[in-house]
Design a protein around this ligand. Structure first.
Ligand code: XBP
Ligand code: MG
Length: 256
């Protein structure tokens, strides 16, 4: 087994709980601004999350839930315009400061950096959304923590395709055996496993019941020293009594 060199992070649901109170609200604000009587409530948004990518999700909604809608002009351009508005609303929402990083995330990123591990992001979301999250939840310096921020349309096929992970590793000149991925969803683990990566899952309310059979470790959060994680699945030998995710545990997962 190659030595661990890099940690590759998903963003939405993994670094922060952005979906329900961030993306969903931003979509609804964009719909209202455009004069559309569409409202993505919390359960509906949970269903729509099976389609990754905001533009792809809107197209799916249009086809499946609003088949009678008549669009002004070309559907792809119309969706792209609406999605630009959604991104603007998302950035504004995060600027209001309501979405923190999940438990243990900042502690772990700092520990990994201090120990010399390379960090990258592999996400489906728009690059501006990653910037907005990191700047508002940590500060502008957090953007420099990541050697590569692989995001959005930089690859044509979004998760569950493995392409965004392949892209990030190619940029870093690393093999999958030198990396480990952090995800929160079934589509996410399909992408990371498709790229040959060992994967640690932290679930959230939208993904708790997803299939994570192929994960090396499934937790409810990264945890903190005074705020232990709950283990949903993982090898007791690898866990070795750990109560929060740190580099020692990640190295055991990687070599286990
Ligand atoms: C995230 C997504 C994204 C966001 C919306 O998936 O599916 O579509 O919900 O972002 P993952 P955009 O966490 O697996 O990367 O609207 O910018 O696409
Ligand atoms: Mg995710």
């Amino acid at each position: 087994m190659a030595e661990l060199a890099a940690l590759l992070f998903d963003v939405d649901g993994t670094l922060a709980d952005t979906e329900r109170d961030g993306h969903r609200v931003a979509f609804n604000r964009a719909f209202a601004e455009a004069g559309l009587a569409w409202e993505w409530d919390v359960p509906l948004y949970g269903e729509l999350l099976s389609i990754t990518g905001g533009k792809e999700r809107m197209r799916h909604y249009l086809e499946q839930y609003q088949p009678a809608a008549t669009l002004p002009g070309n559907p792809a351009d119309w969706i792209a315009d609406l999605h630009r508005a959604k991104t603007r609303h998302y950035e504004a929402l995060l600027g209001e400061g309501g979405i923190p990083l999940r438990s243990g995330v900042e502690r772990l990123l700092r520990e990994a950096r201090d120990a010399g591990y390379r960090l990258a992001i592999a996400t489906t979301t728009t690059p501006a959304n990653v910037t907005a999250l990191l700047e508002n939840a940590v500060g502008p310096e957090a953007l420099d923590w990541f050697e590569v921020i692989a995001a959005g349309d930089v690859v044509p096929a979004k998760k569950p395709a493995p392409d965004i992970y392949h892209y990030a590793m190619a940029k870093m000149a690393l093999d999958p055996a030198q990396c480990i991925a952090f995800e929160d969803s079934h589509n996410g683990i399909l992408a990371s496993k498709g790229a040959g990566l060992k994967t640690i899952i932290t679930v959230n309310d939208y993904t708790r019941d997803h299939d994570f059979d192929s994960a090396e470790l499934v937790l409810d959060s990264f945890g903190e020293p005074q705020q232990p994680f709950e283990v949903l699945s993982g090898s007791p030998a690898v866990l070795n009594g750990a109560e929060y995710l740190d580099m020692a545990l990640i190295k055991r997962v990687h070599s286990g």
